[in-house]
Design a protein around this ligand. Sequence first.
Ligand code: UTP
Length: 291
Amino acid sequence: MKNAVIPVAGLGTRLLPATKSQPKEMLPVGRKPVVQYIVEELIHVGMNEILFITGPGKTSIENHFGINHELVQILRETGKEELLAELGFDRFQAQYYFTRQRQLLGLGHAVQCARSFVGSDPFVVALGDSIIGLHTKSDVIKRMQRCFAAYDCAAVLAFEEVPDDEIPLFGIAKPKNHDLCFELLDIVEKPDLSDAPSNLAVAARYIFTPAIFDALDRTKPGKDGEIQLTDAIKLLIEEGKGVYGVQLTKDEHRYDVGNFEAYFRAFTEFALADEKHGAALREYIATLNKD
Ligand code: UTP
């Protein structure tokens, strides 16, 4: 499995005005834009054919993964080797592809745009606004691939245990058992705490066979007019195609940067963990707390 798809077409309206003319996937978290963490995670597990599903105003993502020869030359000529090293990701052995979601009809529709890219092969979807793990480069996709290889299934999803107050915000798993790789009986979208079948929330990483495209074709838009990926996954479960889940470890917290509260938290944690500037930032925050 080498094909990965990163949907980055959404408008990011919950982060306005920051996202008026800049993609939310390019907002910095610590030193790097969000989407760079995602590409690094994919390359770490051997996914080196990467398709971005883009939309209006997203060309800076394409520029970020292209080589800026002028910048490289200036840094080289001025002896700024340390800064040059920061562009090391330029040399990843990956091929990047870009296609446009021409109508913003939701995440399910964005995934449909990858159809001819993936052909008949299974593929990974990694959401462009969610980083997995602060100190470790997650290998959850490797674990999901092992699960996919072990079972005759159409999809494997990552899940994270979330606190009770976050359960109504996510798609929640109804697992058949508590194995490392568990079969899903259902996904309940944003349940009340009392109706929640578990505390396992869908966590932004998926493996699909092309069966998902057929399921998406048959998925009607929800009341917001968007084609929901979760609805198509539910269809796969209902039709007995086999959908499994793999849980993130404690070190693999999912940082979803889609709203300001979560974005501020993610930025703060990554900045505090920064090797060079984290300690000074900690001291600075301590002085603020004194007042
Ligand atoms: P979200 O639903 O969180 O993104 O999708 P959004 O639509 O940009 O958010 P708001 O509600 O307007 O703030 C999760 C991921 O899926 C992509 C987004 O770019 C994001 O990375 N996405 C979403 C698409 O590619 N296409 C879509 O139609 C919707």
